[in-house]
Structure formats: C-alpha cells, structure tokens
Design a protein around this ligand. Structure first.
Ligand SMILES: [Ca+2]
Ligand SMILES: [Ca+2]
Length: 419
C-alpha cells in the first residue's frame, strides 16, 4: 500500500503543477486581450499583428472576428441584387431604362384642293366653280426607336407599311374665310382608314374667300397642323362659287335716223328741213350698262373713228342721240360701248358707201339745202320734192301746204284734161 500511495502522490503533484500552470496561463492573456479584441471590426490590423498571441491561446476569438465581416459584406449584396431582378421585376426595369419604346408620329402632307368632280385642281386663289370644294391629303404613321412596347395603342404590332395602311384616323379641316384668323377649331371632320383622306367642304358661302388647314389623329397621337398652299394666311386659298363671266362687248343693232321729234324715220339719203336729227340704235350688253356712240361725216368726208356724239350709259334697249348739225350731206355710223369700255364694231346706218349721204339737212323755205332736191328716194313725209319745208320739227307753214295742194290739184286736172 505504501507503494500505491507513493505512486499516486507522484502522479498528483505533476497533475497539480500542470493545472496551476494552465490556470496561470489562462489568467495572463485575459488581462491584455480585452483591449485588443474590443474593436475587431474597426481595427483589423491589430488582430493580424497580434495573431501569434491569440493563435496559441484563443482560437475562437480569431475566427469570430474575421469571418463575420467577410460573409456579411459579400453575401447579402450578392444575394439581394441578383435575386430580385431575376425573380420579381427583372425585365421591366432593365428595358425601360436602357431602350425606350418607339414613339409614334403621324404626319399629313400633299395637301390638295379640288373642284366638286374630285379631280380638277383648284389653283391657289381660284374659284371652286361650285358651292363645295374637296380637299385631300396623305397621312403617314411612323415610329422611331428600337425598343419594344409602345406608347400608342393604335400602333400596329406589325410596323410595316401594310399595317400602317390599316390605321383609322380622324382628319380635321379648318376652313374659314380668309378675313378670319384660324383658331384651331375644325370645321370639317372625316374618319378614314388608310394613307390618304378626302374631305368635302360643305356649307361654304358663295363668293367667299377661304383659307384652310388640316391635321390627323389616331385617337392617341395627333399630327401637326399643316396649312395649305405655303402662302401667308392672309392670302386666299380658294374662292367658293363661280367666277363672274368675262365681260363681253355690247351688241349694237337696228340703227335708225329720224326727223326732229324722233318719231318720223328718215330714209337712206332723205332730206330733212332743219339742223336737228335723231339717231337711234339698240344696245345689248352683258353688263346691262352701255352707251351709243355716233360718228358723223360731213359732205363725203372720211370717218375718223372718233365718236361725234356719245349717249349716257343706260340699260339695254334703244338709245337716242339728238344731233344738231350744219346743213348739208351727212353720213354716219354707230357703235355701242359698255361701262368697262368694251365696244362693238362700228355699224353703218345703211349699206350705201360711206361717202354717200345718209341724210341731208336743208334750210326751210325751199331749195335752201345744198342738195335739197338731189335725192329722189322713195316717198317720205320728210321728203319734199319742191324744196318746201318738210314735216321735221313742225316747220310746215299754211301757205306752203296750200300752195302744194294747189299744185297737186292743178297737175291732176291737167292729167285729166289730156285727150
Ligand atoms: Ca393657305
Ligand atoms: Ca359688256
């Protein structure tokens, strides 16, 4: 038993020594490490520099201070940034920010204004030749951008020309009198499907001057407003209605020469006592206002083409000129002139030569006229073969009439007394 006690004592002491040594070793680093291990996150170099000391005694503190910073900074960002885009909202954020959807543009062009036949162009500023006008334009829809999606629901998924041709638009025309400013309020609207539009402008005022604009919309996208003609808005694009007819020269007809008083006609070459003669003709002008012009030539003189007398302007009908002339032989011609200055051709009173007298003015009292007895035309109340005053102007004297009657009776009696 003593041996057993001795061996146990021998074993106990070394064990105790070891325990004491371990206890001493454990207390020694505890007092110094708290200051060094307190700021592990902020001061990462301290653990590294003092690595030899903890490496031997405190392995757990080393792993806890180094591992957390590495895993906490790298793992969370990697998992949060990659997972959400992939699972929840990956596509929308990426495409909207990098490639925007295409924008739709509608344009109108090739504006035309046509007459009611839909074919004949109304030249800018000209008449529509009818109560209506037809305006046309081309419509085009285009897209810009390469992204997918669209801001315009009307944009065809297939963005080809044939697809665009199937788009339905509303086309708006503002057509107002040129004297009024454009307000942007359409006056005419039409719905069309395709790449061109034709709008009939009704309700126009005859004779009114108009200017017009057009724009188109598919309900979401609207084109710019385009003004017809490229001319100032103060200029007229077209006039409603028919142009006034081109002025035509008046027509003259039925010339006549009359004794004073205007009721007793003077035959061609007839003589008239006195100095007054009535010259008449019928006027007919498209403007209903014209006058009679007369040129008189004396004793075989040539015509100059300058009117001697001009009547006042009047409506269509007979015009009269009262000419007061020297005694002698007179030829005359006439023409009509309208208010715009257009004239008819000169018209001779008769078909005799211009140098032959159309009438002769003679002095009252017999034989006074230079050619009072030179004309033996068909009988006429104004013609007096004896050179006695004719009927013109009531120039008869009772004595002359009695003398003429006496001569006539004597001539008849002589004729009857003939065997
Ligand atoms: Ca215009
Ligand atoms: Ca005329």
């Amino acid at each position: 038993m003593s041996n057993a006690l001795r061996t146990s004592r021998i074993l106990v002491f070394p064990i105790l020594a070891i325990i004491v040594a371990i206890a001493l070793a454990a207390t020694a680093p505890t007092s110094s490490s708290p200051t060094g291990s307190a700021p592990p996150a902020s001061d990462t170099s301290t653990p590294t520099s003092t690595a030899p000391k903890p490496a031997t005694t405190s392995t757990p503190p080393t792993t806890t201070t180094t591992t957390p910073p590495v895993t906490s900074t790298t793992t969370p960002p990697a998992s949060t940034t990659t997972t959400p885009p992939a699972s929840t909202t990956t596509t929308p954020p990426t495409t909207t920010t990098s490639v925007p959807p295409p924008t739709t543009t509608i344009t109108v062009s090739n504006l035309k204004q046509l007459r009611s036949d839909g074919v004949t162009t109304i030249p800018t500023g000209d008449y529509s030749n009818g109560p209506e006008a037809i305006v046309t334009c081309d419509i085009a829809m285009t897209t810009s951008g390469t992204g997918s999606g669209t801001t315009d629901p009307a944009l065809p998924a297939d963005t080809t020309f044939s697809a665009f041709a199937a788009v339905t638009y509303k086309v708006y025309v503002e057509c107002v009198p040129t004297s009024k400013a454009l307000t942007g309020t359409p006056t005419h609207t039409v719905a069309v499907t395709g790449t061109s539009a034709s709008i009939t402008l009704t309700g126009l005022i005859d004779g009114e001057l108009y200017h017009w604009t057009v724009y188109a919309s598919d309900g979401t996208t609207t084109s710019k407003t385009v003004s017809y003609g490229g001319n100032p808005e103060t200029d007229t694009d077209f006039i409603c209605g028919n142009p006034p007819p081109t002025n035509q020269p008046p027509i003259i007809s039925a010339p006549g020469q009359f004794e004073a008083g205007g009721t007793i006609a003077i035959p061609t070459g007839g003589s008239v006592v006195g100095t007054q003669v009535y010259l008449k003709a019928m006027l007919n002008d498209d403007g209903n206002s014209s006058c009679l012009e007369v040129e008189l030539a004396f004793n075989g003189a040539a015509f100059s083409g300058t009117p001697t007398y001009t009547s006042p302007l009047q409506a269509n009908g007979q015009a009269t000129i009262i000419a007061v002339l020297p005694l002698g032989n007179w030829a005359w011609k006439c023409r009509a002139r309208d208010a715009q200055g257009l004239t008819s051709n000169w018209m001779s009173f008769d078909v005799n030569p211009d140098t032959a007298p159309d009438f002769t003015l003679v002095a009252p009292g017999g034989g006074g006229g230079s050619s009072g007895n030179n004309y033996n035309k068909k009988s006429n109340t104004s013609f007096c073969p004896w050179g006695i005053g004719g009927s013109a102007g009531g120039m008869h004297s009772k004595s002359a009439l009695i003398a003429a009657l006496a001569v006539t009776l004597l001539a008849m009696a002589a004729f009857k007394l003939r065997p």
